[in-house]
Design a binder for this molecule. Structure first.
Ligand code: C5J
Length: 232
């Protein structure tokens, strides 16, 4: 291959072992980097969480997103949220716990976790381009009740670089769904975050344990390095 040609394959230094990815069959999947989870006054904070814990994931995701855009990789963003009439929000989800505001209640960024409200939107630093895919999902997993599976199939995707928030909830649920559907998932460790640092650590360990039972875990630096290098 000529030096000027786009790399088509790269080996990502990952745990439990390095993984070779075919870039044209790989998509970047960014989970729920929404104001409702990331900013004060949103869903995450109404549950009593310290939302500042999530900020550390923004820069690593931004770096991988920039590289993905430069290489023409398929980029998919997800947003968790519900229809304004809450018809897609199970009572078990709306009623749980004792949050200061429930899903659908008015908050400082509009109705909590409702599609179309300011809080439901993706943070400005990682805002999708018009050409990128945005999946609205009512659940934790990005495959449940969405068109994600069909879209990945249409683009011939076999591998997913997964990042976003929170590590142990929507990232883990999505990775498990993807694993059952046959996708190789490489989870970007520093591109994920949790309100609970110990859950972040355990969430990553659960993915890569037992020979990578759900997938692989790599730092953003390792992913970026592999995206630069052609091994074909
Ligand atoms: C949560 C998410 N934590 N995106 N959602 O409720 O992880």
């Amino acid at each position: 291959m000529l030096n000027s040609a786009k790399p088509t394959r790269g080996v990502v230094s990952a745990e439990p072992e390095p993984i070779k990815l075919d870039w044209p069959a790989t998509a970047l999947l960014i989970i729920d980097m929404q104001r409702d989870f990331m900013e004060p006054g949103g869903f995450g904070e109404t549950l009593g969480n310290d939302v500042s814990q999530l900020a550390r994931a923004v820069k690593p995701i931004g770096a991988v997103l920039t590289a993905a855009r430069a290489t023409g990789m398929l980029v998919v963003h997800t947003r968790e949220g519900h229809l304004p009439d809450l018809s897609d929000a199970p009572p078990a989800k709306v009623e749980r716990g004792a949050p200061s505001l429930r899903i659908g209640d008015p908050g400082p960024m509009g109705r909590i976790l409702i599609r179309g409200e300011a809080g439901h939107d993706i943070i400005p630093e990682l805002y999708p381009l018009d050409s990128e895919i945005v999946i609205d999902k009512p659940g934790k997993g990005a495959f449940y009740a969405t068109e994600l599976g069909d879209i990945l199939q249409k683009y011939g995707i076999e591998n997913l670089l997964v990042c976003g928030v929170t590590t142990e909830v929507c990232v883990n649920t999505t990775v498990r769904e993807a694993n059952d559907r046959g996708y190789r998932c490489v989870v970007i460790a520093d591109g994920c975050a949790s309100y609970f640092p110990e859950f972040h650590e355990m969430g990553l360990k659960m993915i890569k344990a037992q020979g990578g039972i759900f997938g692989w875990v790599a730092d953003s630096a390792a992913v970026l390095e592999a995206m630069k290098v052609s091994t074909t």
